[in-house]
Design a protein around this ligand. Structure first.
Ligand SMILES: *Cc1c(COP(=O)(O)O)cnc(C)c1O
Length: 347
């Protein structure tokens, strides 16, 4: 089977550049971005800062580097950051904040709805005592990936922002999928980012760029972030070829994410009719989670290979649990094909 025929629901990171992106990449005006000479990167950074509602922004190779840089700007070695125990920063960034930044993670539980309880955050702030580390930062994740791609509300984000301010702390948002959150909540993304000192978001997920993330904040914050990006080896040269795709992500892709969410809902409705799986709440953005029913004897890998034979790529997220993600390259026919394949495989 030709790879183009697969319906790939493993993640929105699998999104290939659109034909329009490939054309823009081929024709992009470029320069040496380490010299600050790349006009396409400059344009991308200005547009991203504008859309996200911050003074300035920086193109970084990955979301992981963007989060790490933000933490390292906000916190000195030996200081601590309050983060969710199901956050990407805590679980999936190879411990970079402590290994490279010397920053101590103070995890508090992510609730089912993706939030950190305000009381838990308050309780995690260290008193001024020589025995304790110094609390410097609160970070939340929107959408909250491991809790089901749940968007955190404007109201909640404001509350965290106020709590940070009252306690003299910095506030970072890991907004890898913040445009999905804005689409799901039907708000301007600026409302979700306004209370934060810094925001990272990914161009390379639902926004369909091949590579890259943006880190945004004040001019002063970005000046310090720029130096850290260089230190971490993230200074890139004629990177306008990637920024050209990023511009299309912001201009064309950010506004179409509701389609992905509608397809996730259709996928959920279809899967709900199938006996071999247990599915709880409907999707709140572009992710559908379900578990295999008790009577299904197949192992996860078997389900994955049987689905692949039927032209559908899926991945498991925890023992007996699957996460399916809709994106630009999954259309209505793809959703139907996936539901039919699960019906056959789990019958
Ligand atoms: C993907 C992701 C990141 C990191 O992005 P990479 O570009 O893969 O390094 C950070 N946070 C969340 C919530 C993500 O989903």
């Amino acid at each position: 089977m030709n790879e183009m025929e697969y319906v790939d629901l493993r993640s929105d990171t699998v999104t290939k550049p659109t034909p329009e992106m490939r054309e823009a990449m081929a024709e992009a005006a470029v320069g040496d971005d380490v010299f600050g000479d790349d006009p396409t990167v400059i344009e991308l950074q200005e547009l991203a800062a504008n859309m996200i509602g911050k003074e300035s922004s920086l193109f970084v190779p990955s979301g992981t580097m963007g989060n790490l840089i933000a933490i390292m700007v906000h916190c000195s070695r030996g200081e601590e950051a309050i983060i969710g125990d199901k956050s990407h920063i805590y679980l999936n960034e190879a411990g970079g904040m402590s290994a490279l930044g010397g920053v101590y993670p103070h995890p508090v539980p992510n609730q089912k709805d993706g939030t950190l309880r305000l009381g838990d955050i308050r309780g995690a702030i260290q008193p001024d005592d020589q025995h304790r580390t110094i609390t410097r930062l609160i970070s939340i994740e929107n959408t909250q990936n491991a809790c089901g791609g749940i968007p955190l509300s404007v109201e909640y984000t404001r509350q965290v922002g106020s709590l940070a301010k009252e306690n003299g702390l910095k506030f970072h948002i890991d907004g890898a999928r913040i445009f999905n959150a804005a689409a799901a909540l039907d708000v301007d993304v600026k409302e979700l980012t306004d209370p934060a000192d810094s925001v990272m978001f990914c161009l390379s997920k639902g926004l369909a760029s091949p590579v890259g993330s943006m880190l945004a904040g004040t001019r002063e914050f970005i000046a310090r972030a720029h130096r850290l990006r260089k230190m971490l080896g993230g200074g890139m040269r004629q990177v306008g070829v990637l920024a050209a795709a990023g511009l299309i992500s912001l201009e064309k892709m950010a506004g179409r994410l509701k389609q992905d969410h509608a397809r996730a809902k259709n996928l959920y409705e279809g899967l709900k009719q199938i006996g071999g799986l247990r599915i709880e709440a409907g999707p709140s953005s572009n992710m559908v989670y379900f578990k295999l029913a008790e009577h299904i004897r197949m192992a996860e890998d078997e389900v994955i290979s049987e689905m692949k034979k039927r032209g559908v790529l899926v991945d498991w997220s925890a023992p007996r649990e699957f996460r399916l993600v809709t994106h630009y390259w999954v259309d209505d026919t793809g959703v139907e094909k996936a539901v039919q394949a699960f019906r056959d495989v789990l019958a």
